[in-house]
Design a protein around this ligand. Sequence first.
Ligand code: G3H
Ligand code: 13P
Ligand code: ZN
Length: 311
Amino acid sequence: MPLVTSTEMFKKAYEGGYAIGAFNVNNMETIQGIVEAGKECNSPLILQVSAGARKYANPVYLKHLVEAAVETTGLPIVLHLDHGADFEACKAAVDDGFTSVMIDASHHAFNENIEITKKVVAYAHDRGVVVEAELGQLAGIEDAVNVKAEDACFTHPDEVYEFTTKTGIDSLAIAIGTSHGAYKFKPGQKPQLRFDILEEVGKRLPGFPIVLHGASSVPQDQVAIINQYGGKMPDAIGIPEDMLRKAATMAVCKINIDSDLRVACTAAIRKHMFENPSHFDPRQYLGDARAAVKALVKHKIVDVLGSNDKA
Ligand code: G3H
Ligand code: 13P
Ligand code: ZN
């Protein structure tokens, strides 16, 4: 099976009350860990590449690694551009064979966001590629934008119908209180998501797939391992997994996870190096990192997303 778009995946996910995990990839071990988990759980997958990942790994390497993942697993896999900054970035991904792109023009004014997004949709749809766009702004740092918590803003349900119909997008990322990175809520702060906004968006766009960015949960046991073995991660609070599970039963069909993969990799490598100070073969500690990614993704698929046995 070749790379697929997310159209069928989202339709089934919406109807079935589950979500597809969109995992950020930068290197071979991460890709292998994710798809081994997907294979064992028989789950569809979205592998997403940021501009930073393209710069780090070279898009040609990533494309071929993802194609190898498709070939070895036979799973339905989407290759998605995460946070495309402008038309040129999205065009490059479409031309490189990505099957899905995100245009992130959410920091522009509403009408400008529509115009930029429309142009990407026209180019992508002509070539069989699907498009995600965003309304509202999440706090945190990613390639396209660096948004301070005080500048983040929730999605206005009043805008979603006009935006989706005028742009022709295939899925919509909304801001309901998630944020990018490992530090989403301050220690002592109670994590909260605006499920009222998600519910209202669902009513305005019946059957339409919604995307949640910034959905890592930052497992405390992994942070504890990092700090136990010489790391210095401040207390980090992510999105509680029961909230993500609830969102997946609503209109959310795609849940983006990057920071949790980073934390799992780092914890495994720190532990390995501490326990085996004489090791110098990267296959030994990267092998542990790959196994940690696999365990994390299996947990997400089965306990959070509910996408097991849906491939
Ligand atoms: O939302 C952004 C992703 O976590 C990608 O992060 O820009 O550091 O590759 P990155
Ligand atoms: P996290 O930083 O919460 O993993 O979010 C990743 C993301 O939204 C990628 O687009
Ligand atoms: Zn994101």
